[in-house]
Write a protein that binds this ligand. Sequence first.
Ligand code: TXA
Ligand code: MG
Length: 326
Amino acid sequence: MQPVDERAIRAAVDVLECSGLVAMPTETVYGLAANAEDEKAVMKIFEAKHRPTTHPLIVHITGEEALDHWAREIPQSAYVLARRFWPGPLTMILKKSDSVGDWITGGQDSVGLRCPSHPWAVALIKSFAGKHHRGLAAPSANTFGRISPTTAQHVRDDLGEKPKGKVDFILDGGECEVGVESTIINLSGEHPEILRHGAITRNMLEEALGCAVPDGGKDSPRVSGSLKSHYAPKTKVILCDDLVSELKKYGDKKIAVMASARSLAQTPDHVIKWFVAPDNATAYMHDLYVRLHELDQAGADLILIETPPTGDAWNAVQDRLSRAAA
Ligand code: TXA
Ligand code: MG
C-alpha cells in the first residue's frame, strides 16, 4: 500500500471546497467524491457518471461520532455494527436527518452511511470533515452500469482527469484491497435486511446482531446495484458450469476465460486470454473487477466464466458475476 501523500490530500480538500470532484481510493472500490452538503458539487457526480439523479448516493463519514449529524432515530443495531465493522466495507441505511439533501437520497427518507478504512480515504474524510462532521458523497468512480474501478488507472481509463476527462483530481492510493463494493444493510425499517452483498457477509452480520438478516425484498429502498445489468463489461459474459463443453460450442469465436486451474489444464487455441480463478472468496473478490477489466480488453468475442462455489462467503462474487452476465 502506498503511504498517504499528505500534499495530495490537501490538494484534494481544496478541490472539494471549490465544489470539485475527487476520485478517492477506498478499501472496496474507487469512489467519485464531492461535498455531500453542496448540491452543485453532487450534481456534477451524476453528470460525470451519467447516473440518474433518482439513484441515492452513500455519504462517507469519519465514524460513529458523525451518525447523529446524518441520521435520526438511530437504532441500537447501528451502533453495534459501527463498533464491530467500521472503519470497513459496510454501508448502513438509516432514516435521514435534516442535514441530508434530496440530491443525496433521490427524494427518499433514508440515507446510506459508510466509514471506509483505506488510509487515503480516512485522511481525506478526516481533513475535509473538520469539526463539523461533514461528509463525502461518493458512488463508485465509473460510468453508470460499467465495471467499478479498483485502481486509479481504471478511473483514468473511464472517467479521466481534467482537462480532458471529468474528474478534477484523481488520488492514486494503489489497488483496492477488498475489490467489490461494500455490503449494504438496511436499518431504516422494522427488521434489518441486506440490500447488497459484500465482504461483510450475512453470517458476520447475523452473529453481530443476534438475529436473522435476510435479503431485502421488493419493498426495500432503491439500490442501483440491484439493476440486473449492473457491473457489466462491454464484451458478452457467459457463466458456465462445464467449461469444456461450453468452449466446444463456441469453437469459431475468440474466447477469454476465467476458470479453475483444473478446467484450464487444456485450453484450446481459440482461448486468447485466460485467468485462473482464485479458490477462496476473499481472493476472488479482490481480483474480480481487475480480471473483468482485463478480460474485457482482450479483444475476445465472448467471456466465459466458470461458476464459482456457493456459500456465505461467496454471495458477493455470485451476485456481481450474475449481473455481469445479465
Ligand atoms: O463500497 C462502496 O460502497 C463504494 C465506495 C466508493 O464506498 N460506493 C458505492 O457507491 O458502491 P454506489 O453509488 O456505486 O452504490 C451505492 C448503492 C447504490 O446502489 C444506491 O442505490 C444505494 O447504495 N443507496 C444509497 N443510499 C441509499 C438509500 N438511502 N436507500 C437505499 N439504497 C441506497
Ligand atoms: Mg456503483
